[in-house]
Design a protein around this ligand. Structure first.
Ligand code: GTP
Ligand code: MG
Length: 463
């Protein structure tokens, strides 16, 4: 039986779940996690530890249901209420042989456990109130972080920074809602317009705070995803040579013949705080055959959703041709760098050409390492532009959270309008309630199973 591909059941909280928490490959150690009511029974019957001491490393033997020793293991018990999932948990550290870990997992299934779904341990931690949604997402971000900045931001959310901020904003909205309700209940108590004015000011401050958070989300998006950078230009200008230099290996074929690169190739690299997927593409020219046409079509598609386009022109050749001008039109209003390649050869291109004026230009020669490093620095600089990256960010905001923040801010804006238009302050209360509710969705949306399923299914098995 191939247990690792067996369909897991639905998210039933009463089941005892098991999973391999380390990769399914040969390694020094393999860790199997168990969570649920059968944990103590397994400790006793499979691991021979009758009353395990919590958080103590028990050196013991794992015996199958047929009483056969499968491995010498370290077993750690985490007691209910204090474990990651808040249930009784065991962590079995065995030898990292995939055949062996499969045997132990298979035995655990025979003992009535079931395989965990992706992210199910984290889901249980969330459902049992050990962590909130922002922290669950931070765990996924920590596992998937592609660079130092993404790691740092995920850690801040794991500390609960975003949750604290959201709770603060909610209580500020609630305070204004109470002010309005008090005025509705005791109209004779106050000075009408003056009080509305104070509420409007406070709501404007809250709206600005939400706007700032939404902007933080936009900025740090740069750190959390792989940015698409595309090298384009006429044939034979040195795109593939530059591609190889940036990624540091000879991945693309370089040849004096024009039209060498037909289909695009890409390569993922880490540039300090950001990760980029660099694409080398087919040179753009009037097409000579169907293969070339298909390659050039793909180049145009890549340019459309590129975060940064690197347009390469050969500095030793006259410029511009009709095709070159068409390429430039494609990147109008997009982030782009003009690379003037082959700077070791005599210059022919006219640098006063108007197309270059509005863009950053960089001269590059593949034999001049400094020019390549300087190009890489410029790529980083442009991609990080609009993202003040120093320790300004105390929290991370992802797309899901951002969309709830936007809805909340819209609701605040609606309530401000009602107050400003003097349409009756009581009518602004439902919008304020809506604003608070949308902020709840950032932290604790427990009533929306579809969203939770999608969120947790993006985790890896065993987490
Ligand atoms: N002198 C000099 N030659 C270069 C430089 N960069 C590339 N070349 C040469 O230019 C020719 C074309 O280089 P490629 O990198 O294949 O050019 P490409 O733009 O990818 O070409 P296509 O794939 O055909 O579109 C090769 O002979 C390279 O050795 C450079 O900086 N200086
Ligand atoms: Mg090429």
């Amino acid at each position: 039986m191939k247990i690792l591909t067996e369909e897991a059941n639905s998210l039933t909280m009463t089941d005892t779940i098991v999973a391999l928490a380390t990769p399914h490959s040969q390694s020094a150690l393999g860790i199997i996690r168990i969570s649920g009511i059968k944990a103590l029974k397994i400790s006793k019957e499979a691991c021979g530890v009758l009353c395990p001491t919590p958080r103590y490393a028990h050196l013991t033997k794992y015996k199958s249901i047929e009483n056969e020793v499968l491995d010498q293991i370290i077993m750690v018990y985490y007691e209910k209420g204090k474990s990651f999932t808040s249930e009784n948990c065991l962590e079995l550290t065995c030898h990292g042989n995939p055949f062996l870990t499969e045997q132990i997992l298979s035995d655990l299934l025979n003992r009535g456990c079931r395989l965990a779904n992706p992210g199910e341990f984290t889901y249980r931690a969330f459902a049992n109130g050990k962590i909130d949604l922002t922290q669950a997402e931070a765990i996924a971000d920590l596992i998937g972080a592609k660079n130092k900045q993404a790691l740092m931001l995920a850690n801040k959310n794991l500390d609960g920074n975003l949750t604290k901020k959201i709770r603060q904003i909610q209580s500020r909205i609630l305070a204004q809602q109470s002010n309005i309700e008090a005025f509705i209940d005791f109209p004779e108590d106050d000075l009408g317009d003056k009080k509305d004015g104070q509420v409007i000011n406070a709501l404007n401050d809250i709206s600005s705070e939400l706007k700032r958070l939404i902007e933080v989300g936009k900025k740090i998006n740069v750190f959390n995803r792989c940015l698409k950078v595309v090298l384009v230009g006429p044939p034979n200008v040195g795109k593939s040579s530059i591609f190889n230099k940036i990624i540091g290996i000879d991945r693309a074929i370089v040849n004096p013949e024009a039209g060498t690169t037909r289909d695009f190739i890409d390569y993922k690299i880490n540039l300090g705080k950001i990760t980029i997927q660099l694409h080398d593409t087919a040179g753009i020219r009037p097409v000579e055959n169907q293969i070339e046409e298909a390659g050039i079509k793909k180049t145009h598609i890549l340019i459309q959703d590129a975060d940064l386009t690197l347009i390469v022109f050969d500095r030793s050749m006259p410029y511009p041709s009709k095709i070159d001008k068409e390429i430039i039109l494609k990147v109008k209003n997009k982030k782009c760098i003009f690379i003037l390649s082959k700077s070791d050869l005599p210059r022919v291109v006219d640098l006063s050409e108007s197309s270059f004026r509005n863009y950053k230009t960089k001269m590059v020669s593949i034999d001049d390492n400094k020019s390549i490093v300087s190009l890489i620095n410029l790529i980083q600089e442009l991609l990080l532009k609009e993202s003040t990256i120093e320790n300004e960010f105390n929290m991370s905001v992802n797309l899901r959270q951002s969309s709830a923040l936007i809805k909340s801010r819209d609701a605040i804006q609606r309530s401000i309008k009602i107050l400003e238009d003097k349409d009756g302050s009581e009518f602004s209360v439902p919008d304020l309630k809506d604003a608070i509710l949308n902020l709840n969705y950032v932290v604790e949306k427990k009533d929306h199973e579809d969203m939770l399923d999608i969120l947790f299914s993006n985790f890896c098995i065993g987490k």
